[in-house]
Design a protein around this ligand. Structure first.
Ligand code: ATP
Length: 900
């Protein structure tokens, strides 16, 4: 077989096994089936740590924890029962072309090897598998070497004639691959007398031919060895140590041991002999726990090759593509106990470490598989971390049934280890394996039952041959030889008679021969007719088949083309998906980057804002300080100037008084006014000016212009000494200070024309007074509601938070609400009032003429006196009614005259 045929074989093998998940239409999963087997105690009186609770439940003692398995075999369970439940279905699968993996797991001495191998009288799983397999395929086997391993995990097929040549060649070769019975040393158990399992599986396809191949490998210290390899022998050095084998992946992604010996066996005993041959090579070491503890994982592979018979049912179809290879791997794992328990050292410790390492990797792989299946993620399963898992990767990836027998030694001293084993078993059960699909490889459209028909035909021919009458042997001699024809005597009648007799005899013989010939011709004609008839029918069937094949080929070509197209599309979609995923990742990264940048920017902005606020606050404080300082300076200067002016006025008044004749009482009343104390303070009006400036500035240029209109008035409010009487302290209950801007008192009327505290022009509270006025109430948006009991009355008003020119058109009065904190941290609300005067340019100006001030005092708070506030001075305040009355009267010319 050439390389091409190998490749073809691989391709078809892959299709059968469905290794390429993409090609599957749908997935069906089945869990790893885990069975539990309890071995009997050496001493039945020993305490146990495991109790069988039900058919599938065991309980660990002491404790309540129970573990559920597919089935639990108690101490009394027979090997046959274990085999029937666990391995028989795998043999059934094997003959139908499906793979299977069965491994025994447990601590040392728990009965793994016993379960797998058993004894001669009570066979374990392995010999029973072989028995049942050969019982089932026995008469359907091919001649040896019809199927040949190609050393690349595949098989080739050859004709029976070629196979016979191979047989002859190999049988005379000294180095036989197949172990002969004599060359194999039988184990002590004496399998000659072994009890054969008689079970037959009925899933065998009659129209196929079968061949069984076995191989036996060992994984020791994470190295793979071929246990069937013939080791070169040297008389001095003995046997050469075995070479480690490498694992390889075939073209269908299946793992296999490269260059591993595969032996074709034709009966179970051959296979068992092969097994024991390998068994002898297994590393068996003594540990403190078990005198014959196997320290390696052993894997016995049974490969069944089958191919359909041709249309006559005579020989297998000579096409490697039609081969179907299935495998059953029986694995006897090394003991799972932990290293510290075995008290090993040196090589034994290394062995134990490697055993545990590979079992741990197996556990990891199962855990990740389960995690992947549960969460739908595709985490990488670390099969490659150990040879054991690497070799069976394809099984876990979904290439057949996986079953495990957990062997348990119920001795109470094994409690700790048994818990670990149970946990592992529990985990394993949760792993799902893709169900392998039924092969449809043998559906070639050939007549079913070909083998039977062929055999019947053979039998019939034999029968016919027996029944056919035996024809007399044909003597092709025409007669006896002629007598002597020489006539010595003319009267010699005897000679003539002899000649006549001879000729007659010859004539008779000739006629007989003609008759025989005619009979033979007739028979031949009959046969020919029969043949012709058969030929016609076969030809007809052949034509039908050819037509069918052509149709199927066309259909398969169409499907293949469609498949290719779909694969192309799938590839394209996969590529697009990958691209999109990449782009998505890129975008996610960009988004992350940008989010991070935004965050950084936001943080820096927040920091800047904070810095700015702090700086602004510092600036404001600095400005306030400066303003305060400037104000004080200004007040000082203004106070000095006022004092100077007052002094001059006093002088002037004195001069005038000197000229006017007055009564002594009058004189005494108006005469020398007390010299004002050289004390400076801020009068409410003075503050109002400051306030107005700030209000004007806050209200924009418009109010600034308005404020500028009334400097004289504002200035006038600073009139001190007796003029202070016009500043109405009016500390009423409501704390409402009303300050009027009043006309500057002229020196001539100063003594008489002292105005009342409240200017009636601005502070009339009659309801009718302001009825014609339309107020424009300018209340900035951030004003705090004071809820003062007494509110200014504005019958018609429009409230705005921001000034607009058009609002001033309809208003005749303007009031600006300004709020600030006084030095005692109390809220001071000022209502700065003015008249709205239309200007010639079509706009409006406001003449401020009044400030109402609302002071909020917190009850019980001791107010600190502001240094800018005037100190309480009885000279400057009206403290009694008399004073107030006198001032009031003083403001009324007539009264004063009357009074005087
Ligand atoms: N079900 C059973 N019935 C009777 N005897 C058993 C059973 N299971 C195990 N044994 C006996 O227990 C002993 C230890 O069993 P076995 O060698 O199979 O253990 P193991 O788990 O394979 O140990 P190791 O890990 O060292 O290979 C053997 O003598 C075997 O005959």
């Amino acid at each position: 077989m050439g390389k091409d045929s190998n490749n073809n074989f691989m391709r078809l093998t892959d299709n059968r096994r469905g290794r390429t998940p993409r090609k599957r239409n749908s997935y069906q999963f089945e869990p790893v089936e885990v069975y539990c087997r309890l071995r009997p105690l050496d001493d039945p009186n020993e305490p146990t740590c495991v109790k069988v609770v039900g058919d599938s439940i065991v309980q660990l003692l002491p404790g309540e924890y129970q573990y559920t398995f597919q089935h639990v075999f108690d101490e009394t369970s027979s090997q046959k029962a274990v085999f029937d439940k666990t391995a028989l279905p795998l043999v059934e699968d094997l003959v139908t072309g499906k793979n299977g993996l069965l491994f025994t797991y447990g601590i040392t001495g728990s009965g793994k090897t016993y379960t797998m191998t058993g004894s001669a009288q009570d066979q374990g799983i392995l010999p029973r598998c072989l028995d049942v397999l050969f019982n089932s395929i026995g008469p359907l086997q091919t001649k040896k070497y019809v199927f040949k391993p190609d050393k690349m995990n595949g098989f080739e097929v050859q004709t029976e004639a070629d196979a016979m040549m191979d047989r002859q060649r190999k049988e005379i070769m000294p180095n036989l691959t197949t172990p002969s019975k004599t060359s194999l040393q039988r184990p002590e158990s004496g399998d000659v007398d072994r009890v054969v399992d008689p079970t037959v599986v009925d899933t065998v396809e009659d129209d196929n031919n079968y061949a069984v191949f076995v191989s036996y490998i060992e994984i020791y210290n994470n190295y793979v060895y071929d246990l069937l390899e013939e080791l070169p022998y040297n008389a001095i050095t003995g046997y050469k140590p075995p070479q480690t084998k490498i694992l390889r992946t075939d073209s269908g992604d299946n793992m296999y041991v490269h260059n591993c010996t595969e032996v074709e066996v034709k009966q179970p005993q051959d296979a068992i002999d092969v097994f024991y041959k390998g068994q002898r090579r297994r590393k068996v070491a003594h540990t403190t726990l078990n005198a014959e503890s196997s320290r390696s994982h052993s894997v016995f592979n049974i490969r069944l090759v089958q191919a359909p018979l041709d249309d006559r049912g005579e020989e297998v179809i000579q096409d490697s593509n039609r081969l179907c290879v299935s495998q059953l791997s029986l694995v006897d794992l090394a003991g799972s106990e932990r290293t510290n328990r075995t008290k090993n050292s040196g090589d034994r410790l290394k062995e134990a470490g490697n055993i545990n390492q590979s079992l741990m990797v197996l556990r990891n792989c199962l855990e990740i598989l389960r995690e992947n299946q549960k969460s739908g993620v595709a985490k990488l399963v670390p099969y490659r971390d150990s040879r054991l898992t690497h070799l069976f990767k394809t099984f876990f990836d979904g290439d057949g049934k996986v079953r495990m027998i957990v062997c348990v030694n119920p001795k109470s001293t094994e409690y700790e280890e048994t818990i670990h084993v149970m946990k592992f078993a529990e985990l394993t059960q949760e792993v799902l394996i893709t169900k392998s699909e039924q092969s449809n490889k043998f559906d070639l459209g050939l007549t079913p039952g070909r083998r039977r028909m062929h055999q019947e035909q053979l039998e019939q021919q034999q029968q016919e041959a027996l029944l056919r009458p035996a024809l007399p042997p044909v003597d092709f001699l025409v007669g006896p030889p002629f007598p002597i024809l020489e006539l010595i005597n003319p009267t010699d009648d005897t000679t003539i008679r002899n000649i006549i007799q001879c000729l007659n005899e010859r004539m008779r013989r000739k006629q007989e021969m003609v008759l025989d010939y005619e009979r033979s011709c007739a028979s031949f004609r009959d046969q020919l007719v029969e043949f012709e008839r058969n030929y016609g029918s076969v030809k007809g069937r052949l034509l039908d088949l050819e037509e069918k094949t052509t149709r199927q080929e066309k259909e398969s070509a169409r499907l293949e083309a469609k498949n290719k197209g779909l694969e192309r599309k799938l590839n394209e979609l996969t590529r697009q998906l990958k691209d999109a995923e990449k782009e998505n990742q890129l975008l996610s990264l960009q988004i992350q980057d940008k989010t991070w940048k935004i965050q950084v920017e936001k943080n820096s902005k927040d920091k800047l804002r904070m810095d700015f606020r702090n700086r602004l606050q510092l600036n404001n404080e600095a400005w306030e300080k400066n303003l305060e300082k400037a104000k004080r300076q200004f007040e000082l200067e203004a106070g000095t100037q006022l004092e100077e002016r007052d002094r001059k006025l006093e002088l002037l008044r004195d001069l005038v008084n000197d000229e006017v004749v007055t009564t002594p009482r009058t004189r005494s009343r108006v005469a020398p006014l007390p010299t004002p104390k050289p004390r400076t303070y801020t009068t409410p009006s003075a503050r109002s000016e400051t306030d107005m400036t700030s209000i004007a500035s806050s209200a924009g240029g418009w109010s600034a212009r308005s404020a500028a209109v009334t400097p004289g008035r504002a200035g006038n409010t600073r009139v001190q000494s007796r003029a202070i009487s016009r500043i109405a302290p009016a500390k009423s209950v409501t704390n409402m200070n009303q300050v009027g801007t009043m006309p500057t008192p002229t020196p001539s009327t100063s003594s008489r024309a002292r105005q009342p505290v409240v200017n009636p022009r601005y502070h009339r509270r009659s309801k009718s007074s302001g009825s014609a006025e339309t107020w424009l109430e300018h209340k900035p948006a951030d004003s705090i509601s004071t809820n003062t009991l007494f509110q200014p009355r504005m019958s018609k008003k429009k409230s705005v938070s921001k000034l607009d020119m058009k609002d001033t058109k309809s208003a005749s009065k303007y009031v600006l609400t300004h709020q600030e904190q006084d030095s005692s941290d109390e809220l001071v609300t000022k209502l700065i009032k003015g008249d709205v005067i239309p200007t010639s340019s079509g706009g409006a100006s406001v003449v401020f003429n009044d400030v109402e001030k609302l002071n909020h005092d917190s009850p019980g708070s001791r107010k600190r006196r502001s240094p800018t506030q005037p100190m309480y001075d009885p000279d400057l305040q009206w403290t009694d009614t008399e004073d107030r009355c006198s001032v009031a009267l003083e403001g009324h010319k007539r009264s004063r005259t009357t009074k005087l």
